[in-house]
Write a protein that binds this ligand. Structure first.
Ligand code: PLP
Length: 389
């Protein structure tokens, strides 16, 4: 073991079951370990490095800002924060943005907005937030409560009250739950990421949006993983033609620096007032300058490339030897192997120079949005072989 691995094992809290690989450098979709071994990166730091490792445009944007001002408190104006908020609103039709540092925090803000909106409009007892079974919304105690997977809850009681979970793609059950509770909001991922790369049915998504609108319930779409070009649209809800009240995102928006964004639509744009919410680091100028460079480049051309590459990956794995199922959207793809576990496939891929992720029983692929075709072809060949063997 290298010094890093030994020291890490001794001193870093034991929450991550790390792979035995130490990454020391990279460029684009290629990364290198401490022995100089090359890997194609099909995980992008869990959908974070949208344009790959040490991308030039992003790096220039952040270093330029770094040499001007790296942080001011939110007591002052800074240009990158304002510019990013404007850009996000113009591209989505949302009205206002609250910036934080992570996906969990972007969901915390969304939940606070839904509760305050309902408290003022319908009464404080309207506090229930409905989420879906098998969802993932974060690791803080409140977003853990929102997460519809019991095994995350067991040892951390009592959780934040006021969350109920209903099965995905069952509109009747959701409406029944909403009517039985005093409901403030409904929160869901368009594709359940950690839950196994499971896209929701279009009819269900549209049905929920219609029901939420008719009943003045705040509809929150968690786009932490699906957002920022990942599915072939800027945000995944755009694939379904709905207009959420709140969109939360993080991961890929910062291109590798921590940034969360909670976008507020017309219905809730005025809900948060002075002192209702805040963050020391949220909207950090360096993170925002990087994000401006990322969002700027997610244009029609790039989104079409994402769709094309997606088609290629689907066509390669559908009906391939040892593949039970391929699911997902854009460059968020899950592959269920039938001969091995996903973890076993990952190990073989790693030995052969390709880094993938898992999600439940699937091999999960979240490559950089601009992964070169050549790297994608090489990686797909390695993964296919690992699954078929
Ligand atoms: C990763 C993820 C989160 C949590 O984000 P953090 O930045 O780890 O707090 C929340 N929701 C979804 C859908 C995610 O994929």
């Amino acid at each position: 073991m290298t010094d890093t691995k030994i020291i890490d094992k001794e001193y870093v809290a034991n929450t991550y079951n790390r792979f035995p690989v130490e990454i020391v450098s990279g460029k684009g979709s290629y990364v290198y370990d401490n022995d100089g071994k090359e890997y194609i990166d099909m995980g992008s730091g869990i959908g974070v490095t949208s344009f790959g490792i040490a991308d030039d445009v992003w790096q220039n944007a952040i270093t330029e800002q770094l040499s001007k001002v790296q942080h001011m408190s939110n007591l002052y104006y800074t240009q990158p924060c304002a510019a990013l908020a404007k850009m996000l609103c113009e591209k989505t039709g949302m009205k206002k943005v609250f910036f934080s540092n992570s996906g969990a925090e972007s969901n915390e803000c969304a939940i606070k907005v839904a509760r305050k909106y309902a408290a003022e409009k319908k009464g404080a007892e309207y506090s229930t937030i409905i989420t879906l079974v098998n969802s993932f919304h974060g690791r803080t105690l409140t977003t853990l409560s929102a997460t519809g997977q019991e095994h995350y809850h067991e040892l951390f009681q009592p959780l934040t009250p006021g969350f109920v979970h209903t099965p995905a793609n069952d509109l009747e059950a959701l409406i029944d739950t909403a009517n039985k509770n005093k409901t403030a909001g409904i929160m869901m991922e368009i594709i359940q990421g950690e839950g196994g790369v499971l896209p929701l049915d279009a009819d269900f998504v549209k049905g929920v949006a219609k029901f939420a609108k008719e009943n003045d319930i705040v509809l929150i779409i968690d786009e932490v993983q699906t957002g920022n070009g990942r599915t072939g649209e800027l945000y995944a809800y755009m694939n379904y033609g709905i207009s959420p009240d709140v969109v939360s995102t993080a991961k890929g928006i910062g291109g590798g620096l921590p940034l969360g964004a909670t976008m507020l639509g017309e219905k809730v744009e005025a809900v948060l007032g002075f002192g209702d919410h805040g963050s020391t680091f949220g909207g950090n100028p360096v993170c925002c300058a990087g994000a401006v460079s990322i969002i700027n480049r997610i244009d029609e051309k790039l989104l079409n490339e994402v769709k094309e590459k997606s088609k290629y990956v689907f066509s390669q794995f559908e009906n391939a030897d040892g593949v039970e199922e391929v699911c997902g959207l854009g460059l968020m793809i899950g592959i269920k192997p039938s001969k091995k576990t996903a973890a076993e496939v990952l190990k073989v891929c790693m030995d052969n120079g390709v880094l993938c992720l898992t999600a439940k029983d699937k091999v999960r692929l979240l490559p950089a949005l601009n992964i070169p075709m050549e790297a994608l072809e090489k990686a797909v060949a390695v993964i296919k072989k690992a699954i078929a063997e």
